[in-house]
Design a protein around this ligand. Structure first.
Ligand SMILES: [Zn+2]
Length: 74
């Protein structure tokens, strides 16, 4: 321990989509529409909801990153 200063953890504050999100699947829920995937970016912790209609197809985002609260009803 030679460091006298306690440096904060390097926290990269990036705006939405200014980096390539590293989506991790937190949970998956089979529905009649396909498998709903709840994903979270490992870097910025933005959450997103994807739906995968077939296991052979890539998931499609059904929501944008939820870095802000509700968008307002209608
Ligand atoms: Zn991210």
């Amino acid at each position: 321990m030679t460091s006298l200063n306690t440096l904060p953890l390097p926290r990269i504050r990036l705006d939405d989509a200014s980096h390539e999100h590293a989506w991790l699947v937190e949970s998956r829920h089979p529905t009649s529409e396909g498998v709903v995937l709840y994903v979270r970016c490992a870097e910025c912790h933005v959450r997103r909801v994807d739906i995968q209609a077939h296991t052979s197809l890539p998931p499609t985002a059904v929501s944008r990153g939820t870095d802000r609260p509700h968008d307002g009803a209608a």
